[in-house]
Ligand binder design. Structure first.
Ligand code: TYD
Length: 136
């Protein structure tokens, strides 16, 4: 899996003068079932999050409010995505190093994940991630 497998997914949007509505169904709009939801909020200006890769976890990252950037790196290519729409999600497949920065004030980053939290699923060391990525 590489950065080419990661993409912005246009989620369904029900327009309504009373306010818009977006929904996500596991296995339907995203290529995994949702086991966990977590969110980042109250992120101070200039802060960076992420800085790791996952061995098996699939994720969808959504800017529920405000905006931020997600930098994806598969060890070969690096792409920066700017997220600022609550009806868009960035699908991140396993074995991709990610960093998040450029958070606007009051922004909320929601992540839908394919598994429960498991520290064993993380690469938190870039060199170790690169070795695993390219040496199998
Ligand atoms: P981490 O994944 O490093 O955060 P980010 O990628 O957003 O920078 O997690 C930060 C801390 O929170 C770490 O101690 C693990 C803990 N954590 C959980 O306990 N459960 C979770 O679902 C997540 C995502 C993190």
């Amino acid at each position: 899996m590489s950065i080419a497998d990661c993409k912005i997914i246009d989620l369904p949007k029900i327009h309504d003068p009373r306010g818009n509505l977006t929904f996500v169904e596991g296995g339907q709009h995203i290529p995994f079932d949702i086991q966990r939801v977590y969110y980042l909020y109250d992120v101070p200006g200039g802060a960076e999050r992420g800085g790791h890769a996952h061995k098996a976890l699939h994720q969808l990252i959504i800017a529920m409010s405000g905006s931020f950037d997600v930098i994806l790196d598969d060890g070969k290519d690096k792409t920066r995505f700017h997220l600022n729409r609550s009806y868009n999600g960035l699908y991140v497949c396993p074995m991709i190093w990610r960093e998040l920065d450029n958070f606007s004030s009051g922004s909320v980053c929601m992540v839908l994940a394919s598994n429960r939290y498991d520290e064993e699923d993380y690469y938190r060391d870039y060199a170790q991630f690169m070795r695993a990525r390219w040496n199998g």
